[in-house]
Write a protein that binds this ligand. Structure first.
Ligand code: ADP
Length: 401
């Protein structure tokens, strides 16, 4: 039976997809449609069949339904035809599973209703994720749709880690607690890190730093999340591309008293803060270039981000009580040797000793960048959320079938 899973990540104005063989990890095709709903939408597709083929399209794509229509069409042209390839499942990334979903699930009407009810917790993400599921259901009616939740990996976090010290009515009526995100990445990366260390996952204690546009840290013991830096929403924690991460909650009402509305403060903390607020750009590569050019704002942005990271690693080492490795992943974690060096520079107290040459060496892939003498290993593990979603979707369908 085919193990081909179409992985869909539907954002508010984009739809990204990969056709993945869940058994081998091979990517048969991938692409994205961006700026859905705008006059100048853009789409691109690559397929890696007998011949490598690419297709590009621009013009008006009005909705996610149109976007998926275009995707099916381009698969038909460039191969393989999605309708005859024997899809095992369509796997959907869903950002917020609330406290309800601890595992991926086959989508039913009831699941859709629960995800819709979680909308207040993820107003930017869940509606778009839902729309992706609805249109894929219509387009591939005979194929199981599986929802894989970003929050699920953290579902088992202990109460002392997920509870905010706020009134009971907030916690009970409004499900106010820490949820955590980037779960599919943590599931994938922690397994690979254990393999790289040659340990059983069940006996491995890790701090994983997922540093992309959105960024978070997780303390992972025996393959389970024991703490993570994002909370009720993906705003808490590390300094991100455009998000502030941790601030004094009093800052919010302080800014409201200056005359801003709550919505304006929220938007500024989510979209105008972080690296962008400090250095004028959310792109970490550009921040690194500013630092190299001696720019003071770039330097401050870099230092604030690094200092926050070091504090989290220290805190999570204490939370875990034992640390086997610090693991860097996602765009910044995988590619910025400068950032990795700066974070590890202050971690000697934990027994971290970076191998400067290994850290700076060109080339991607999974690797160890600490010295042989380092008590705690430092690893770079490229994440692969699509493969993780494909595997989880295939496993659920396999278990139900
Ligand atoms: P997303 O969260 O959108 O999936 P990614 O994981 O792709 O993001 O990470 C994007 C970030 O990675 C950007 O800030 C980008 O500048 C940074 N990045 C990518 N390559 C490099 C590099 N060579 N050096 C420094 N930063 C990089």
């Amino acid at each position: 039976m085919s193990q081909l899973v179409l992985v869909i990540n539907a954002g508010s104005s984009s739809l990204k997809y990969q056709l993945v063989d869940a058994a081998t990890g091979d990517v048969t095709a991938k692409g994205s449609v961006e700026r859905i709903g705008e006059a100048r939408a853009q789409a691109q597709h690559e397929s890696f069949g007998v011949r490598h083929q690419t297709r590009k399209k621009s013009g008006s794509i009005g909705s996610h339904r149109d976007a998926l229509g275009w995707v099916t069409e381009v698969f038909r042209e460039a191969g393989p035809d999605l309708e005859s390839v024997g899809l095992l499942a369509v796997g959907h990334r869903v950002v917020h599973g609330g406290d309800r979903f601890s595992e991926p699930v086959v989508v039913t009407d009831e699941v859709l209703a629960v995800v819709a009810a979680l909308e207040p917790l993820a107003p930017l993400h869940n509606p778009a994720n839902l729309e992706g599921i609805r249109v894929a259901r219509e387009r591939f009616p005979g194929v199981p749709q599986v929802a894989v939740f970003d929050t699920a990996f953290h579902h088992g976090m202990p109460a002392h880690a997920y509870t905010y010290a706020v009134p009971a009515s907030w916690r009970e009526k409004h499900q106010v607690r820490r949820y955590g995100f980037h779960g599919t990445s943590y599931a994938y990366v922690s397994r690979r890190a254990a393999a790289l260390l040659g340990h059983a996952l069940e006996e491995t204690s890790l701090v994983v730093l997922h540093l992309g546009n959105g960024a978070s840290a997780a303390a992972i013991c025996g393959g389970r999340s024991v703490d993570t830096s994002m909370g009720l929403t993906p705003l808490e924690g590390l300094v991100m591309g455009t998000r502030s991460g941790d601030i004094d909650p009093g800052l919010f009402s302080f800014m409201v008293r200056t005359g801003m509305s709550a919505g304006e403060v929220d938007a500024a903390l989510n979209r105008e803060s972080g690296l962008k607020g400090l250095a004028g750009t959310n792109d970490f590569r550009e921040v690194t270039e500013l630092v190299a050019a001696g720019d003071a704002d770039g330097r401050l942005a870099f230092d604030v981000a690094v200092y926050r990271l070091r504090k989290y690693v220290g805190a999570y080492a204490a939370a875990l009580g034992r640390l086997d490795a610090v693991v860097f992943t996602a765009g910044v974690g995988e590619h910025s040797a400068e950032l990795r060096a700066a974070v590890c520079d202050g971690l000697g107290i934990l027994g971290v000793e970076l191998d400067a040459a290994a850290n700076a060496a060109a080339g991607g892939g999974e690797r160890r960048i600490s010295t042989d003498a380092s008590r705690v290993a430092v690893l770079v593990v490229p994440t692969n959320e699509e493969l993780e979603i494909a595997r989880q979707a295939a496993a659920v369908v396999g278990a139900e079938g």
